[in-house]
Design a protein around this ligand. Sequence first.
Ligand code: ZN
Length: 119
Amino acid sequence: MPASLPPEFDNKLRTIARNHNRYLVWIVGVWFILTVAGLKISQTQRTLGFSILGGSLVVPLGGVLLVSRWAKKQSVAMDFTCPLCGESLYVPPHTRLLTRGECPHCKQPVIEALKQKSA
Ligand SMILES: [Zn+2]
């Protein structure tokens, strides 16, 4: 049976996830534009075109790292943290938290503790 978060925490999860996904869409968009531009430029100016293509790889790699750090900070700022170990509960894809109701870090059941926290 899937675990259900108290509404307050469910909302926090959704808010962070929405912003997180928006950032990811931006990253993919910027990467796509750079890749297309790099390919196009490489037809006439090989070195410049391939430099752009190579450089564009930094966008998804660095971007995803930055965004996941941002999401972690954001979840701490919003108090979306484990009441038992204090770590962020925002660890996509949230399988452990949402199916078993366990903290992704300390792996202890947190739903009851969260209910008490929001009460
Ligand atoms: Zn924990």
